[in-house]
Design a protein around this ligand. Sequence first.
Ligand code: GLA
Length: 387
Amino acid sequence: MKSTFLPLLLAGLVIFQSCSNKSSESSESTTETQALKIEKTDFGKLPDGQTAELYTLKNANGMEAKITNYGGIITHLTAPDSSGVFDDVVLGYDSLAGYLKSSPYFGAIVGRYGNRIAKGKFALDGKTYTLAVNNMVNHLHGGTVGFDKVLWKAEPIEGEEPALKLSYVSKDGEEGYPGNLNVTVTYTLKKNNSLKIDYTATTDKATVVNLTNHTYFNLTGAKRDILDHQLTLNADRFLPVNETLIPTGELKPVAGNVFDFTKATAVGARINDPKDQQIKYGGGYDHCWVLNKKDKELSLAATVYEPTTGRIMEVQTTEPAIQFYTGNFLDGSITGKKGTNYPKRFALCLETEHYPDSPNQSAFPTVVLKPGETYQTTTIYTFSAKK
Ligand code: GLA
């Protein structure tokens, strides 16, 4: 009796353990090794015949990030709600074709200079550089073919915290910028459900650099707009802009106006304030907040809480500022993943960066990178849920 029962009991235990989510230490490490393989699939062909790949990073909790080496775009990113259910919290397309046709920088790496440079001109070491004017009268997000539209070299790094290292060499003169720029962007999916982004760059000629990521977040899992998302920004000042969204140079206190997110506030609470000239210029929020911080420390910049799912996103960065954009230019003309239509304010972007138009505003922290120096910044998006 005893000798037949024991093996049966053991087999039952093994089956139970491999089915259970709350598995013991030893069975978890087996699941981890299986789960942490980085999957690589074909994402589609570029017009020049090159193939873009899609890499799937998973952590042991079941969180997933899908990233393509075309534009370094995060195409999918899942996060748990208060019942532990993971859903995709970023906007994008199902295949490369959508991104090639038209994309408002969904999920992409933005550079060489993220955000605007007034009139597409700046001077450096006595020389004036002319860039593409691709946003009203200004230069935006690196120009006609910015870092969001190039194919990056990809190196998957498997491990307990899987990573994808992307590299790109932006040639001297590309999009009008001086210097050969060697750029790397490494995405790491951490055990604690955060996506860490490390940016580095070096140059052989003085140049300007401002790299960021342009993911459109919707913590409902793209079920409804983002007006009820509650935002906290660790920023006492923001940069007012002119009618073409170039900072005036002033660092204005947020106290007493609709830019005050120092306490959690619904994004939609004041977004249509008819009296606020800045809101009118942006068509909502499309402004840069100056973060409260000591020089270059990694610190909490923003927290977003979505009340219907309990999802929380925290943004930490070494950057001095954050552009908060409320998808004001989305207009329903884009149908994205799984046939979901994206109307106005269907997502929000929190782009960590230096101030817009810094190359022309000497009072702003410098964005100049010189030969021998290394540009290095980190931004971490961490996901959790209120129980
Ligand atoms: C940034 C800009 C916006 C808009 C979007 C892309 O966030 O500040 O004005 O251009 O990118 O549509």
